[in-house]
Design a protein around this ligand. Sequence first.
Ligand code: HEC
Ligand code: HEC
Length: 84
Amino acid sequence: MKKRDILLLLGALAILGVLWMAPEETTTRVPKDETHQLMYDSFQKNGKKATGKLCEECHNKAGVPFPPEHPPKRRCLLCHKMQL
Ligand code: HEC
Ligand code: HEC
């Protein structure tokens, strides 16, 4: 192997390592209940991005409130994983 190849390989490994070390997910998962069944259907059909937009129809100030110290909330599903 050439030296350059080895460097490339090390670079790739480093990136993988960082992804691997991402903080363990402790955030509440999307409940698998009747209320969220539509979300699971949409998730399977249309994917994460499209589904994430639907959450706010119920999760908003007037509906299901967020905890007061909730982090900035765009793309719910990045943090709240579906239970597969
Ligand atoms: C049809 C209305 C509705 C939609 C759409 C909806 N939710 Fe909910 N969600 C609720 C209600 C009501 C609760 C509280 C009662 C419960 O757990 O079902 C809740 C609770 C939650 C909880 C807290 C569970 C817990 O254990 O405390 C999370 C997390 C959550 N929803 C995430 C999501 C995400 C992410 C989406 C979008 C993919 C979403 N919800 C879409 C109505 C909805
Ligand atoms: C940056 C990460 C992040 C994003 C994005 C995010 N949340 Fe959260 N959410 C959290 C954290 C952290 C908590 C604190 C409690 C926990 O560990 O689940 C929380 C709590 C909640 C709770 C209360 C759950 C409980 O156990 O009491 C609900 C409901 C919720 N989020 C819904 C949503 C919805 C709906 C969206 C999208 C509009 C969203 N979140 C986006 C990180 C996030």
